[in-house]
Design a protein around this ligand. Structure first.
Ligand SMILES: [Mg+2]
Length: 186
């Protein structure tokens, strides 16, 4: 895996890594169980992605989960990973959710990388400085993306993207070294 397709100047400008959830952090499937009146949904996440997100954060980037679907499992995963920007169940769509983050932080769309897989991501991908797609993305999303991964959602696609982005910024090796050093001390 090499960072083909992410120019260093684009990569260095990124402040916000916005991740779609279903089909990106997962393979797109979920189980739904109904008991009494409560519905419990479960999802399967990749440990590879967890560490990829950690390395992005360690490099000073803000990582956000942006999904149209509310899910306690996704909220728990975000808490686990220290992802504070969690925008689920979006009545006004993903664009509005990201614009809120941009306004709060004084960032612009050119500083946004978004990794998506489906049509609901198109409006964001049209605006993002770095539009990116996972390997299983639908043709419309692959078409608009400047970077398309080789790994499918749920199988480490976010890790692949994190590596490509940090590598292009010249930070991957340093972040891995930092991580290894931390493990050695703890
Ligand atoms: Mg999706």
């Amino acid at each position: 895996m090499i960072a083909v397709g992410i120019p260093a100047d684009v990569a260095r400008g990124i402040r916000l890594v916005s991740l779609d959830v279903d089909g990106v952090l997962t393979d797109g499937s979920f189980t739904s169980e109904v008991s009494d009146s409560a519905v419990t949904e479960s999802r399967r996440f990749s440990v590879l992605d967890g560490l990829g997100i950690h390395l992005l954060q360690s490099a000073g980037l803000t990582v956000a989960f942006v999904s149209g679907k509310r899910s306690a499992a996704v909220e728990a995963r975000a808490r686990d990973l220290g992802v504070e920007e969690v925008h689920l169940d979006l009545p006004f769509g993903k664009v509005e959710a990201i614009e809120g983050m941009l306004q709060r932080n004084g960032w612009s769309w050119t500083q946004v990388a978004h990794l998506g897989d489906d049509l609901a991501d198109l409006a964001v991908l049209e605006r993002a400085g770095l539009p990116a797609a996972v390997a299983n993305a639908v043709p419309e999303v692959r078409e608009i993306a400047d970077w398309v991964g080789e790994v499918r959602g749920g199988e480490g696609a976010v890790r692949e993207f994190a590596r490509a982005l940090l590598d292009s910024r010249g930070e991957w090796a340093e972040q891995v070294r930092k991580y290894v050093e931390k493990g050695r001390r703890s």
